[in-house]
Design a protein around this ligand. Structure first.
Ligand SMILES: [Zn+2]
Length: 306
């Protein structure tokens, strides 16, 4: 008899637990949440933070970076099956700029999240005119996600799209986006002060992804990737060494996952160290927020320049 009562109690408790689980799942996950596909890590991370747990969010260009990324047939299918597809810029994801979901009978909403951001021309292209058959998009630098202030502006754009797409949660999305933008501004303020005190204002990168970072914080970026994909000539090395000596540069920053053969050659000839400065184009695969990862990048740069 005692066993039977205990057994019944366990059964009742189990039923309550199951009911509790079901209620909690319903409370935390909207079954009809939006299906959102994002193009690469910064956009994915911002959308995820603004969405909370209300939507199903997928990132397609996750590991290999974004510049040479081409979507697979499965990626394209996921985009056309989604409610929303969010990418950064047709300058960066040119394949996304060419997508036209209406041709595929899809009603997916597409957001190019950077369209309201003030874009700079790529260094060296400032005076090039678009009237000579040059694609205007190719003249502009897409790397705005490495400037906290521009990250905040993009977050607000994303929040607005989510608010319009899911009016029942509009206040929630707008608040999350505003919080993110405020924290981004705080990060910029903190690092403006830190960078104002560093002794060296110049840094050298293999991947010139940091023009907006440099502009925001009064720094100067010099790229070495443009020197050559092959072995640099002794003359080119001498020019780099002269630059390194002139500006007291001790480090050349390389990107994760990119061959640093060129940078190594330069380093051994000019005596500078190689360090990684992550342009956050591939998923860092950690549990940090976007701004926390961006802060790590700024910290690395600040430590080097102090
Ligand atoms: Zn890049």
């Amino acid at each position: 008899m005692f066993k039977k009562i205990v057994g019944l109690c366990i059964l009742i408790l189990a039923s309550f637990a199951l009911a509790a689980c079901t209620v909690q799942k319903g409370a935390n996950h909207t079954p009809q949440g939006l299906k959102i596909v994002t193009s690469f890590y910064p956009i994915y991370s911002l959308v995820k933070e603004i969405s909370g747990d209300k939507n199903d969010i997928r990132m397609i260009g996750s590991r290999s970076g974004i510049h040479s990324y081409e979507p697979s047939a499965a990626d394209i299918k996921a985009i056309y099956d989604a409610d929303i597809f969010i990418y950064h810029s047709r300058i960066l994801e040119s394949w996304a700029g060419r997508l036209n979901p209406s041709l595929q009978g899809s009603s997916v909403k597409v957001l190019e999240a950077s369209t309201k951001l003030p874009l700079m021309k790529v260094s060296g292209f400032e005076d090039i005119d678009v009237n000579q058959g040059i694609d205007e998009a190719g003249l502009y630098d897409p790397h705005t996600w490495l400037d906290p202030v521009l990250v905040g502006m993009e977050a607000v754009e994303i929040g607005e799209l989510l608010a319009k797409s899911d009016p029942g949660n509009a206040d929630y999305y707008r608040k999350n986006a505003a919080d993110l933008a405020r924290n981004a501004q705080k990060l910029a303020d903190t690092y403006r002060l830190i960078f104002s005190k560093v002794s060296s204002k110049t840094f050298v990168t293999q991947h010139t992804a940091f023009s907006y970072t440099a502009q925001r914080f009064g720094l100067k970026q010099l790229g070495i990737a443009g020197v050559s994909e092959e072995e640099p000539s002794p003359r080119q090395l001498a020019e780099i060494k002269e630059f390194v000596d002139t500006y007291n540069v001790q480090t050349i920053f390389t990107e994760k996952g990119v061959s640093d053969k060129l940078a190594e050659t330069v380093a051994s000839s000019t005596g500078v160290d190689l360090k990684v400065l992550d342009p956050l184009e591939a998923d860092p695969e950690n549990n940090l927020t976007y701004l926390e990862n961006l802060e790590k990048v700024l910290e690395t740069l600040a430590q080097e320049l102090k």
